[in-house]
Design a protein around this ligand. Structure first.
Ligand code: NAP
Length: 337
């Protein structure tokens, strides 16, 4: 109850920020990001577009991968019209395709740029059941598996420059509080919904993908620490905001749901604040493996805090990106996850 009142009032937490803080406000303590090269996925609209706008305002060089180059050009043009000196590179990337992720990374590597900041923000909330070209349920493939491979392939691009320059690399995974709605066996449920014709609960599938973002953060943080890499990873819940995320279910029912929740809704600049806080704030140097909401550290769900579950999902993901989904979903498979 007290937490809800604090949220509604926008009271500042331990970080000095709260639910009403905006991305511009939380980056005031990092006014000069000209030494930073950042990749932000899903920057063509919503939270990612505002994140990109504010990081460009602070001088970061941006690489904006998108599945529609036209949408990315439009996003770039909007930022450049406001900040003419910004340096923005756009590239093709469809996160639901592992081949597209590999192609994007090769293209990025050919630019010979360092990478200091990776913001895994893109997301979808599929209304209809669909399977990706790699045999994985589409929401999971887009929100988690594509980002898992992207991060894995880019990691050396972050670790090297961080060691050479001393500028700590940061990875931010955009999750959601809805990750706490998932209970059950993650890999078994993913196997079920990755079969065509299976029963499909779109909200449970979305919650699973967002739980996977949290578990990815936990296990990656552990591995980075083990490697003594000068790179951190954290995940965030941006808050609830009306964006194009609900584009597949527009209509009266959605309008009503947003109307009823209107007191809890954030604006897009407020929703981009926690990402920008985790991406840039000087207070978070060496902070890794944490979950943030309203620009303050908080606890993820019990399952999201389970390190064995994080390691289990990591092992299954390695197989999914290296071979094919059948290796883990085939009931006759000897693999036990
Ligand atoms: N809105 C909320 O209330 C809320 C709450 C909690 C968490 N989140 C999370 O916040 C993040 C941003 O969502 P948003 O609300 O800003 O939604 P949005 O406006 O729909 O933005 C989603 C972005 O992801 C991109 N994207 C979708 N599928 C992609 C794919 N296959 N490959 C590459 N890019 C793809 C979209 O690009 P296109 O232009 O090509 O569609 C768009 O740029 C998501 O991870 C979402 O789960 C949102």
């Amino acid at each position: 109850m007290l937490e809800t009142v604090k949220y509604l009032l926008g009271s500042a937490g331990a970080s000095g920020y709260g639910s009403r803080s905006t991305a511009e406000q939380v980056t005031e303590s990092s006014p000069d990001l000209r030494h930073i090269t950042a990749i932000i996925t899903g920057a063509t609209s919503g939270i990612g577009a505002e994140t990109a706008r504010v990081l460009a305002k602070r001088g970061a060089r941006l690489v904006l991968p998108a599945r529609s180059l036209k949408a990315a050009e439009d996003a770039k043009a909007r930022i450049v019209s406001e900040f003419p000196d910004s340096e923005i590179i756009i590239m093709a990337l469809d996160l639901s395709s592992l081949t597209s992720v590999r192609n994007f990374v090769s293209e990025f590597e050919s630019l010979q740029l360092p990478l200091n900041l990776l913001i895994n923000n893109a997301g979808k909330f599929a209304h209809e059941h669909a399977i990706s070209e790699d045999g994985i349920e589409m929401t999971f493939a887009t929100n988690y598996l594509g980002h898992f491979l992207l991060t894995k392939l880019l990691l050396n691009k972050m670790i090297g420059p961080a060691a050479a320059t001393g500028v700590q690399g940061r990875i931010v995974n955009v999750s959601s509080a809805i990750h706490g709605w998932f209970s059950g066996d993650t890999i078994r449920y993913l196997g079920e919904i990755s079969r065509s014709g299976s029963d499909y609960d779109e909200t449970r599938a979305y919650a699973l993908s967002k739980l996977a973002n949290v578990l990815h953060t936990k296990e990656l943080a552990r591995r980075l620490k083990e490697m003594d890499a000068n790179v951190t990873v954290n995940c965030v819940h941006p808050g609830i905001v009306r964006t194009r995320l609900t584009r597949e279910r527009e209509g009266l029912a959605t309008d009503l749901a947003f109307l009823m929740a209107s007191k809890l809704l954030k604006t897009i600049p407020q929703a981009a604040a926690t990402t920008c806080y985790a991406a840039t704030h000087p207070r978070l140097v060496d902070v890794s493996g944490k979950y943030f909401a309203d620009c303050n550290e908080t606890l993820p769900s019990k399952l999201g805090s389970n390190l064995s579950e994080a390691a289990r999902l990591w092992s299954a993901s390695e197989i999914m990106v290296s071979k094919s989904s059948t290796a883990i979903f085939d009931p006759s498979s000897q693999l036990e996850y």
